[in-house]
Design a binder for this molecule. Sequence first.
Ligand code: AFP
Length: 278
Amino acid sequence: MNSIIETMRECAIQISHLLKDTSTQYLESSNTSGDMQLEVDVLADQLIEKSLLELRCVKGVCSEEKPVAVYNDYPDAPYIVAYDPLDGSSLVDSDLTIGTIFGIYDNELKAPALIASGYILYGPRLEMVVAQTQVLHYRYNGTLWRNLGALQLNHKGKINAPGGTQKHWEHRHKTLIDSFFAEGYRLRYSGGMVPDLHQILIKSGGLFSYPATSDAPKGKLRKLFEVFPLAFIYEKAGGEAIDGKKRILELDIDGIHDTTPCFLGSPSEIERVRKVYE
Ligand code: AFP
């Protein structure tokens, strides 16, 4: 498994260079979810797929940019890696922080098989967060990845990161979100799941939500590539992740691009979500 994490570190360095060198214009193509693609989306996807499939421990890979999983010639290899090569690519033209998300699954693409996950942040600095038993934070200094230590959420935070278009929210969701603001929570939402969730981890607590909406009744964010890996990280950091009622890491998948509403945060905020959604 360490070779997968090491490979993701090497990909991170190369993708950070690609982000500086490629155009910010969309291509004619779109991915399986219908999202428009940038040249760097395609290049990052190819790079990660090729790099991971060279590893003897990788049975297959599954990308947010591809309709199906790709398997290699090592059927006895234990791991399948699901990844979103560039999450938040609609923020590239505004030069905001974006990320890569990955989850390492033991033999099967389902939530209980997730054994490690991580994300890479392409911002003013190149950083990476990896969760196994702990959630470790790394920073690249141009030569080396330095371990900055473990990240841990407090029981309660101060940040509110509400996703989706308000016009499409349910009334109870709007009431919930407003109740946090009325209590003094600060709005921190960039539209990139990686930096938005990273900020909550760094500031030790808060709530990130992407609910079911009238235009996306099953939510927008994909289980295998986005929500499961981040839920794993939040749980290992002492937080919680639910779909409103159920624990995210107990949800089934209905196809590799399946989506879910999601609420990730510190225990106090998630308890309030549960009360509203139960
Ligand atoms: P893009 O990759 O199309 O920019 O989408 C990013 C994303 O999947 C995720 O990173 C954000 O949390 C979420 O979409 C933001 O969606 P809204 O703009 O609908 O809040």
